[in-house]
Design a protein around this ligand. Structure first.
Ligand code: FES
Length: 184
């Protein structure tokens, strides 16, 4: 939990950029009461809006639900799907369920690390990929399984995983080049 909090402190400066907090007020008002038992669905809704949980949004939830920072981070640290830093454009969910693991999911993770320098939980420098592990994705017959964004892939292997990630990278290249050109 402490590591997650430190990460948030580190990114405070970056987050001083304005974000529209109106959706967080709407989320707080959309529940029958400001009861802490609604915390998890509220966090999920906030993440659905911003793709992660910006610190400013968390502060509003803390105020609204009268929670301490330790309490809210205690909950967040329990759910790996809740993100406190902005993820890459594509979230890779690599299945680490038993069937996928015995068929080499960890070897695929190593290959992704070798190529993109990311461990599970990390985002690559280009902010294109965030790697996560997942429990059984429900199609063990096609192990090892992975999701990339909304797309599902089965019977992948280390080489295949890099090939399919390269396709996303390629697809994204014109967009990235335009962003780089605009910032020059
Ligand atoms: S263990 Fe991976 S899909 Fe079931």
């Amino acid at each position: 939990m402490e590591a997650k909090e430190t990460e948030v402190d580190d990114q405070d400066a970056a987050e001083e950029e304005e974000i529209d907090l109106a959706p967080v007020h709407e989320i707080l008002d959309s529940f029958p009461s400001r009861n802490r038992r609604y915390l998890i669905p509220m966090l999920q809704k906030v993440q659905a809006v911003y793709r992660y949980l910006p610190d400013k949004a968390l502060r509003l939830l803390m105020e609204g639900l009268e929670l301490t920072r330790a309490e809210i981070f205690g909950v967040i640290s329990f759910y790996p799907g809740l993100l406190i830093t902005e993820p890459g454009k594509y979230i890779i969910k690599l299945c680490y369920g038993t069937a996928c693991f015995v068929k080499g999911a960890n070897i695929i993770a190593n290959k992704i690390h070798e190529t993109y320098h990311i461990h599970p939980g990390d985002t690559d420098e280009a902010k294109l990929f965030t790697l996560q592990t997942a429990s059984c994705l429900g199609n063990c017959g096609a192990a090892p399984m992975a999701l990339v964004g909304e797309d599902t892939y089965g019977t992948i292997d280390p080489e295949k995983s890099i090939e399919l990630l390269s396709a996303y990278k390629l697809e994204d290249a014109p967009e990235q080049q335009a962003e780089e050109a605009a910032s020059e």
